[in-house]
Ligand binder design. Structure first.
Ligand code: LMR
Length: 360
């Protein structure tokens, strides 16, 4: 069997609040960290998961993200005080005897954690609490992502594909990518797949079809309450589908925009399983491509399409082929949608201005 060798690293910060990155680094000395050595493989892929949540580790380890033929090395990073708990997670991964897991790097040292990583799922950031908006987090997370960007630049594989999930994810990604000197900027993306998935569910529910029947929808803009769920080209079961405009403006769009806040209100915690699931979907699609005739949503460096200032990390409808994404061009933008786009563009420009000092 021809092995496509990639490496997966998982950074997990279990005992700190969701989406926090390890800051103080000290390598964890755990016995038996590398397992399955007897399985003959040429070169596994390395995937870095930064605080993705307990369930996601096991989904990635099982091959759900990169496929059943792709061996992985998991990299797990946690804060120094959480090393004992991390050891427990390592033992559990070992006890699953996953055929695809070729190694586990468990550490609280980011230079060790990021070494040679091919895929990084950056869930770590200071978390948002009830009543907070993403803008509140800019300051603290700016510092974290500046530092992490340097580790990626110095230690990760030059082909690394990064998805930033921790909020405010678009601008965190902008800060991160700004630290990178010799990896292409287009390898740095932020996650709006969660919003895409949420929109898909709302629409499927409204139209009485399955979520997989809903195609040609997209999220434009920021992963925030200004995001723009765009459905003017929607199809359901491969036929053009429409829903009434009043429902769109009064129910659908606000529901998708506020879903994260609603979950925080209900759980007293931010979304975890659905966010991890979407991060995994984001990478899977980036690697395997979009289905013929459909597109997905990824927040990527703007090339100026749809009048979005160049360089902003902005969610666009994209198609993906051979590991490369392209913005879907020429979608008709009604005055209604243009008004929404202007608002989310302005928010992201304001966020960029607020972290200007970190982008020098
Ligand atoms: C979500 O959309 O569920 C999260 O991004 C909300 C948050 O701020 O953690």
């Amino acid at each position: 069997m021809q092995q496509i060798q990639k490496q997966i690293k998982y950074l997990k910060c279990k005992s700190i609040s969701k989406r926090s990155l390890p800051i103080n680094s000290q390598e964890l000395q755990l016995p038996n960290l590398v397992n399955n050595q007897s399985h003959p493989l040429e070169q596994p892929s390395q995937v870095l998961l930064v605080k993705l949540g307990y369930s996601l580790i096991f989904r990635v380890a099982s091959g759900e993200m990169l496929g059943p033929n792709q061996p992985v090395i998991l990299h797990l990073i946690d804060l120094p005080f959480a090393m004992a708990a991390l050891n427990g997670v390592v033992m559990e991964i070992q006890d699953c005897a996953f055929p695809l897991v070729q190694g586990i790097v468990a550490t609280d040292n980011q230079s060790v954690g990021f070494k040679d990583v091919n895929y990084a799922l950056m869930v770590g950031a200071k978390p948002r609490g009830p009543g907070m908006e993403r803008g509140d987090l800019l300051k603290d997370n700016g510092k974290i992502f500046t530092e992490t960007g340097k580790y990626i630049n110095d230690h990760a594989s030059r082909d690394i594909k990064v998805v930033v999930v921790g909020n405010p994810c678009n601008t965190n990604c902008l800060i991160l990518a700004n630290q990178i000197k010799d990896i292409p900027k287009e390898n740095f993306t932020a996650m709006t797949r969660l919003d895409h998935n949420r929109a898909q569910h709302q629409l499927a529910d409204k139209l009485g079809v399955h979520t997989s029947d809903i195609r040609k929808i997209a999220i434009f803009g920021n992963h925030s309450p200004t995001m723009v769920p765009y459905i003017d080209q929607m199809t359901a079961k491969n036929h053009k589908a429409t829903v009434d405009q009043q429902w769109v403006t009064q129910t659908f769009i606000p529901t998708v925009q506020q879903r994260g806040a609603e979950i925080i209100k209900a759980r007293k915690l931010s979304s975890a399983a659905s966010a991890g699931n979407a991060a995994m979907n984001h990478i899977t699609t980036w690697v395997n491509g979009t289905a013929e005739g459909d597109y997905t949503s990824m927040a990527i460096p703007s090339d100026g399409s749809y009048g979005v200032p160049k360089g902003l990390i902005f969610s666009f409808p994209v198609t993906v082929k051979n590991g490369k994404y392209s913005i879907v061009q020429g979608l008709p933008i009604s005055p209604f949608y243009q008004g929404l786009l202007d608002k989310t563009i302005k928010e992201l420009v304001d966020e960029r201005n607020a972290v200007d000092h970190l982008l020098k």
